[in-house]
Design a binder for this molecule. Structure first.
Ligand code: AMP
Ligand code: MG
Length: 402
């Protein structure tokens, strides 16, 4: 048995970047950047009005009300490119360039246009610089604004768009094959007969793998026959970067996943992790394809996928944060640890009336209880050989991807 941190280190050591491709910006959401992003313009590119109103000289409106002559109009996309003199104002719109000679924008609500006279009454003084965002105040041309390894998501895509990245370099999506083992399994569109259950693990793994940027191929249900497992595994590794199986890795007489892997010549890096749930997790490689043999119980699948397989998928894409981000929360109820094993216990996060983030351990029936697990939003980390962590202790948590 090896500690979780050692297992993650082994996974990272066996994982290398997939090739880079260039794709259209709109297709790039949920991918990982494979290039630094450099600002090709200042932002704003010119002194920009932040309000609709009048560009003025602050000194001209120190005493109000006062009347200024309107000498032009500066609209977004069509600026007024002359010098504005004392006693003058330029009507200006949000997003428009502020003319030379003006040093403030008074918002339209604090002005009154004098009909027909071509002038405006400024009703309140305005301090120098008011409602102007100076050129390059946000970003200077040439600055690195995103780095290779950053996630492309709804927050970062505006940056890519604004600096002209119509095509973006990303690592290609990892190809994942998913295979459920177990003679008790039937497909989701089947009515289970006596002694049978529907497969859910393939769908869990597919869902999480897609969140991690992968494409997923679901293999036919494989039963518990070494030859059938070998046949499917051998075919799948030919066309996949990663094979993820579930079930068949414990000590039962029909647990053949490891036997199949060994007979296919897999190099096995670990097969037991000091983890609850998820002790019998296997990590191996056949040729260039990484193989995760996850346990069969659905909650163990969710935990071990996110600790190990997700990390490998993110690392393959060059992510600079491949592992789940560790955060802290206050424990809502005491939890028991485990001898020799660290635990990752499902929890619901919520914030109390004082603004404290609380991790409420889920009441659940163990690693088969996926219905209870559906409410979890995080996992609480309990170090190995911890008897109990008392309520209100500060604990390390990782949020479940969604
Ligand atoms: P195993 O590790 O193969 O002994 O499986 C452990 C438990 O997980 C058993 O109760 C299995 O029926 C269950 N299980 C295994 N594979 C799946 C699956 N694909 N979907 C749902 N439950 C499963
Ligand atoms: Mg089984």
């Amino acid at each position: 048995m090896i500690p979780v941190a050692d297992a993650i280190e082994i996974v990272l050591a066996q994982t290398s970047n997939l090739p880079v491709e260039s794709i259209a910006l709109a297709e790039a959401v949920c991918r990982v950047l494979a290039q630094d992003v450099i600002a090709d313009t200042d932002l704003p590119p010119f002194d920009r009005a932040q309000m609709d109103g009048y560009a003025v000289r602050a000194a001209d409106v120190a005493m109000t009300p006062t009347r200024l002559q309107i000498v032009g109009e500066s609209a977004a996309g069509a600026g007024w490119h002359n010098e504005m003199n004392t006693g003058e104002a330029v009507r200006i719109m949000t997003g428009a360039p502020v003319p030379a000679g003006a040093d403030a924008v008074q918002q339209v609500e604090l002005t009154r246009e004098v009909n027909g006279a071509g002038s405006v009454e400024i009703l309140e003084p305005v301090e120098t610089g008011r409602s102007i965002v100076r050129q390059a105040a946000e970003i200077k041309r040439g600055e690195t604004v995103l780095r290779a390894g950053d996630d492309i998501n709804a927050q970062t895509i505006a940056t890519l768009a604004s600096f002209g990245y119509a095509q973006v370099k990303v690592v290609r999506r990892p190809r994942v094959a998913v295979m459920a083992t177990g003679s008790e399994l039937v497909d989701v569109d089947q009515k289970p007969a006596r002694d049978q259950i529907r497969d859910s693990n393939n769908y869990t793994i597919e869902a999480y793998a897609k969140l991690a940027g992968a494409t997923v191929e679901r293999l036919p249900l494989a039963g518990d026959h070494t030859e059938e497992l070998k046949k499917q595994m051998a075919a799948a590794v030919e066309r996949s970067d990663m094979l993820i199986t579930s079930g068949g890795v414990s000590m039962g007489v029909y647990d053949f996943t490891k036997a199949a892997l060994k007979e296919l010549g897999a190099e096995i890096f670990f097969e037991r992790v000091a983890l609850r749930p998820g002790k019998p997790t296997v990590f191996a490689r056949i040729g260039k394809t990484l193989v995760f043999g996850l346990p069969g119980n659905p909650v163990s699948v969710a935990v071990t996928f996110n600790l190990f397989a997700r990390t490998a998928l993110r690392a393959m894409q060059g992510s600079n944060q491949p592992t789940l981000l560790e955060e802290t929360a206050v424990l809502g109820r005491s939890v028991k640890g485990s001898v020799e094993r660290e635990s990752y216990l499902p929890a619901i996060l919520h914030t109390d009336e004082k603004g404290t983030l609380l991790a409420e351990p889920l009441k659940w029936g163990g690693s088969s209880d996926f219905v209870a697990f559906a409410r979890a939003t995080a996992l609480i980390h309990v170090p190995a050989d911890t008897k109990i962590i008392e309520k209100e202790s500060i604990v390390t948590i990782v949020k479940l991807p969604n």
